[in-house]
Design a binder for this molecule. Structure first.
Ligand SMILES: [Fe+2]
Length: 362
């Protein structure tokens, strides 16, 4: 029988492939990573983002350097969190396959996509506060896939809040999944460029909505709602969008919904060239922008519902303290009242010198 020990490693010393030996917890005792998790580069990056100083690693006593021997994994305690993460991982691997098929065949496999929506996305919509849960998923290897899944999930929730049901709601989720499908036709060196794009590259990238439209326009299985959403998801109310600079009355409702979901998902995402904004700050800036860019009704329904899940979130303050959100004011979502770990209540709307810099836990 082989014996194992749990050895503590500083966060800068852990490597992809190592196996977590003890649950990694947040300051308030919530499980962030469970025993048995195999570390990947993106998980390690996430741990660094969350300021986790060290991790216990499972090692065989006889061969301490071996990291590839599987051991019996314990059942993690945080069931709902684990369920959501598993559903998310499953969806990510499915969409990678589906997008790869589309890149090669230049066709959208409707049955695969429908199955992905029914079996992977809809179950995730049952999680309470699913949109905040998305914040707990670290940056994945491929932004396009992760973004497509996130937008599909947000479209599903937003659709429900707007009263969509049945086939109309499924179309909306598919529109979210497919909205950036044109990016499968963009050269990979531009798509995956680890930095800001040049003006010329930006113009090439902007073709993706038209390329996506061309890819699916003749697909008889896809409803026109989905096809319009793909074509128009970068249009804006004031005619400042692309590709046709249409204004409010010619902007399809599905495209207006995807635009809200796409904007929120992009602004809350961590990218190589920009730090993610907290959902608090994103809600505030979307609130400021919505009247001339995004559909104000759809945006209001979205922001009001997302705000409801902010109370109870644990956040990192700019002065180094951690705190719980206890009350949201009427107007400025990024400046709620918080209670610090040492029991001090701070109204951030009045204390402008302190701000929320990150969400630690939802
Ligand atoms: Fe897009």
């Amino acid at each position: 029988m082989t014996d194992y020990i749990q050895k503590r490693y500083g966060i800068d010393d852990v490597l992809p492939g190592m196996e977590v030996g003890k649950d990694v917890l947040t300051d308030s005792g919530q499980i962030m990573l469970t025993v048995g998790t195999i570390l990947t580069e993106s998980i390690i990056e996430g741990l660094k983002c969350w300021d986790v100083p060290s991790v216990f690693i499972q090692e065989k006593i006889s061969t301490p350097k071996s990291i590839d021997v599987p051991v019996v994994k314990e059942i993690p305690l945080s069931k709902s969190q684990r369920k959501f993460c598993n559903q998310y991982d499953e969806t990510m691997s499915q969409i990678k396959k589906t997008f790869a098929t589309m890149r090669d065949s230049k066709e959208a496999p409707f049955q695969e996509l429908k199955q992905l929506a029914d079996q992977s996305i809809f179950p995730m919509l049952e999680s309470v506060g699913v949109i905040n849960h998305l914040q707990m998923i670290g940056q994945q290897d491929d932004y396009t896939f992760q973004h497509s899944v996130n937008v599909a999930v947000i479209c599903g929730m937003l659709g429900k809040w707007l009263g969509y049901t049945g086939a109309a709601l499924t179309d909306l989720v598919l529109a979210g999944l497919l909205h950036d499908i044109g990016k499968t036709q963009i050269p990979l060196d531009i798509l995956n460029k680890p930095g800001a794009l040049s003006a010329q590259e930006t113009e090439i990238m902007k073709n993706h909505s038209m390329l996506g439209y061309k890819l699916i326009k003749d697909n008889k299985n896809l409803s026109p709602n989905i096809i319009y959403a793909v074509l128009q998801h970068h249009e804006r109310m004031d005619g400042s969008g692309y590709p046709f600079k249409v204004t409010k009355d010619k902007w399809h409702e599905y495209a207006r919904i995807v635009a809200v979901a796409d904007t929120y998902a992009a602004m809350t995402a961590q990218r190589v060239y920009h730090d993610k904004d907290t959902p608090f700050a994103v809600v505030e800036s979307m609130n400021n922008e919505m009247f001339n860019k995004l559909d104000p009704h759809i945006c209001t329904v979205f922001l009001n519902n997302v705000r409801n899940y902010f109370v109870g979130n644990f956040v990192q303050l700019s002065d180094g303290r951690r705190a719980e959100v206890v009350y949201l004011g009427q107007f400025i979502a990024s400046r709620p009242t918080v209670c610090t770990q040492d029991g001090q209540f701070i109204d951030l709307e009045r204390n402008k010198n302190i701000s929320i810099i990150d969400i630690i836990e939802t």
